[in-house]
Structure formats: C-alpha cells, structure tokens
Design a protein around this ligand. Structure first.
Ligand code: ASP
Length: 462
C-alpha cells in the first residue's frame, strides 16, 4: 500500500518567505507528503491584513453599491489604490525573497485588473485569487505541479461540495506521480460542465475543507493540517488570566472524531464539522500540527483511540436560557413535550437539551435565538397547555466534559459535582447522553469561567 499524505497549510504558515521555507522543509522531509493545499497569505508582523480580507475590500470598492453580502466582512481603512498595492507588494516581496522571479507577479496584477474591469466578475472570482496566486507562486518555488482547485472541487449553490463529482476528479490526481502537487484551498467550481462553470468559494476558513476533500479523494493515509499551534489544547486558554497557567495547558494527543465533534459543538474552534465529516467517512485520521514547531506530534483525530485517559477536553459556551414549564400531572398528558417543542420549532429555533421531571420540563435554548420570539412563545405555551407556571430564566452557561473513556468509568459525574460543590458552585442542570461520551453541566453565567477552571484542575491539569 502506498502512503499518501495530504498536507494543508494555513495563512499564518504561508504569510511570508521565511514561513514558506519552513513549509518547504516539512514537505521535503517526507516523500509521502505529495499533496499540498495552501491558504492565501495571512497576517504577519509587517502585514496586518489577510490577503483574503484585502480582496473582499477590493471587490466591494470596485462595485458601485459597495454593498457586501458576506457575514464576517472586515472593512479595511485603505484606498482602493493602497489595497491593490498591498496585494502587489505582498506577493512581490515573497517572490523576490524566495528568488522565484517577479514575472509571475505581473500576471497576477493583470489578472486582477481584468477581473475588476469585467462587469460579470463575482466576489468569489476575486477573493479566490488569494489562494490561486499563492499556490502558483509556491508551486514555482518548489518546482512542484500546480493543479487548479476549479478543476477538482465542485460546489453546489448551498456552498457544499458536490461529493460524487469532486471525488471522481480528485482521484485522477493519483496518476500524476512525477512531482508534488500544490492545490489552492477555499474555492472550486459550480459545475463540471465548463461552459456554465463559475468559481465558487466555501465559507471563510474553507481551505481546511479543500484539504479534507483532497485527502478523501486520494484516500490518504493521513490528513495533516498545519497551523501555528502545537495542536488542540484540552481547555480554552482564553478562560485563564495567568499566562504561566496558559503555557501549562496540555495539548490533546489523541481524540476520536466523536470527541472532536462534541468539543467543537460545545465551543472549541477546531475544524469545521464538514471538514471532519469528509475524512471521517473514510477513516482518514487528521493530524493538527505546528509549522513553527514541526517536531511536535500535534493532535491526532482518529476513529478509534486506545488512549487510557478518560477525559479528553472540557469545553463551554455561555449565553443560554431555559424555558421552564411546570404543570401538575404533566407526566399523564400525552404529547405535552412534543407540543411545546413544535411551538419552538415552527419559529426555526433549535433547542440544546431538555431536562425534565414528572411535572416540569426545561428547554435550553441559545439566548439570542429565543429573544425575538420570547413573549410570543411563552404566550402560546400558556394558551395551548395551561401550565401552572412558565417562565424564561436567562444567563445560563453550558459546560461539556468530553471523553469516550467515561463509558468504562464509574464516578466521573460524582467527581465533577463534588469539586463544584466544594467551591460553592450551584449546578442548575446536568445531562449525559446514552453514549456517555460527555457530561453537560449548566451553571449560572457568573460561574462559567470558575467552573471550567475547576473542572480543568480536577480532570486535566498535569
Ligand atoms: N483564505 C481564506 C480565509 O481567510 C480561506 C482559508 O484560509 O481557509 O478565510
């Protein structure tokens, strides 16, 4: 069996020539690292703006209305001329530092100018150039083969990959054995029929997904995702003030896809679900690594782990509330719970959990999702079900203690509740799914930070 590794490097790993030299070493240190997916240059000490952000600004400045439709658009306070110069200077300085020849930059400038002149050009055409130009530059520097993502990745109108077509075209890459292959991340094409084809980007951060799709398509042994951190920390460092404490937080060595999903859902920013989903189906492990510290093994995400450690990480999110409903003999009323949930669902609001007793139930919902409908939902519940009491309780934080090893262990919940009780933290709700891969604890928002810190000390601190 051939070992094929797909590597994806993020914007900070490719922000300048010095970083690209590190990437070169990493790629060349293992012949199996054959497929390389690249992001556009990110920020670095001399460049405060990401290339992608600059390109969004350039596109919207070039259009009369100047209106943008993307959610996380960052307005950059520079003129159009300065923005264009920024793009030119970034790529030129990288090219001249690497000695790849500045002629390529002339093509980039011309291509961008032509796109901006053309009325039919879309925002995706323009922003995709960030990864496209960078992949071409890096391919030339590494004497590797550039393969355009528009010929590999097909994206539907909901911005999701069209898996069948995409897998079919990526598979063909495996015939190209002569050189390493460099592929721009973040974008693809709307149709395999070149006549109607249009460039389309994924959501921001989408190069992770490109990497996962390439890994799935070539059936890689591992998908390496190179970032600027040693791996995934077992608890969110932003919840700790003491810098020395933050430095001691352990990196998760191994976790399962299921644990990764639980932690991501509960507040960790790891990889997008869609990214994980693409490789998980084929049992391809993901290895999160640090370009600035390549000897560190990073975090491995796999389908199974023989790790001995019970708890893998603790995540949390603040900003929830509960709809609390009480009614004497609620347990005898068939369809009560279903009816209440329908009232919520018809407003397209998701609920998180639903702890209940015999005569009461609470529905946990994100505060900002409920807010616009709060009164009408409460009134409808009153009118339809005549409860003894219904109220909305705000300021709830949810904390997840995650680890598949809990299934085999007795006493984890007791340990968690014991340590919170000792520190006088009131648990408002507690929930554990049948798979026993996580315990969810709800506490008042004011106790959120303290609660995570205590649980971290109890379960994960070395
Ligand atoms: N360059 C794009 C972004 O900044 C995509 C990526 O880096 O994954 O979102």
């Amino acid at each position: 069996m051939t070992l094929e590794i797909v590597t994806k490097f993020g914007g900070s790993s490719l922000a300048n020539a010095e970083q690209i030299r590190k990437v070169e070493k990493i790629i060349n240190s293992d012949n199996n690292r054959r497929y390389v997916v690249v992001s556009a240059p990110g920020t670095d000490k001399n460049s405060p703006y990401k290339i992608t952000d600059i390109l969004y600004n350039i596109f919207y400045n070039s259009r009369k209305s100047g209106k943008n439709t993307i959610s996380n658009y960052k307005k950059i306070p520079l003129s159009q001329e300065e923005l264009l110069k920024n793009i030119h200077d970034r790529y030129s300085s990288i090219a001249s530092d690497l000695g790849t020849g500045i002629d390529l930059i002339k093509y980039f400038d011309k291509e961008l100018q032509d796109l901006l002149k053309n009325k039919k050009t879309t925002v995706d055409d323009v922003v995709s150039r960030g990864e496209n130009f960078h992949a071409r530059l890096i391919a030339r520097y590494l004497n590797a083969r550039f393969v355009d993502a528009k010929d590999l990745i097909y994206i539907d109108n909901k911005n999701n990959p069209d898996n069948d077509k995409t897998m079919g075209s990526i598979k063909k890459l495996t015939i190209l054995k002569d050189k390493k292959i460099i592929i721009p991340g973040f974008y693809g094409n709307t149709s395999a029929n070149m006549k109607n084809a249009k460039i389309k980007t994924f959501a921001r951060g989408g190069s992770d997904l490109t990497g996962a799709l390439i890994a799935a398509g070539v059936n890689a042994t591992v998908y390496e995702n190179w970032t600027d951190q040693n791996g995934i920390l077992c608890v969110d460092p932003r919840l700790f003030e003491d810098k020395r404490e933050v430095e001691k937080i352990p990196v998760i060595e191994v976790m399962t896809f299921k644990e990764c999903r639980e932690l991501t859902y509960s507040g960790f920013s790891v990889l997008h679900d869609e990214t994980v989903g693409s490789v998980r189906k084929r049992n391809i492990p993901i290895n999160i690594r640090n370009t600035n510290n390549p000897s560190h093994k990073g975090t491995m995400i796999t389908s199974k782990s023989d790790r001995r450690q019970t708890i893998v990480g603790i995540a949390g999110r603040d900003g929830f509330c509960t709809i609390d409903i009480e009614k004497y003999m609620m347990n005898k009323e068939t369809g009560f719970g279903q009816g209440v949930l329908e009232i919520i669902a018809k407003r397209k609001i998701n609920f998180e959990h639903m702890p209940s007793g015999i005569d009461d139930m609470s529905i946990i919902i994100e505060e900002k999702a409920l807010e616009p409908f709060k009164d009408e939902i409460v009134n409808e519940i009153k009118k339809k079900f005549h409860p003894d009491n219904v109220k909305v309780t705000p300021d709830l934080a949810l904390i997840s203690i995650v680890g598949e090893g809990m299934f085999y262990q007795i006493g984890i919940a007791a340990k968690a509740t014991g340590c919170l009780a000792k520190n006088k933290i009131n648990i408002e709700i507690m929930n554990q799914g049948a798979s026993e891969s996580n315990i969810i604890i709800g506490v008042a928002s004011k106790d959120y930070k303290k609660c995570i810190q205590l649980l971290y000390e109890e379960f994960l601190k070395h």
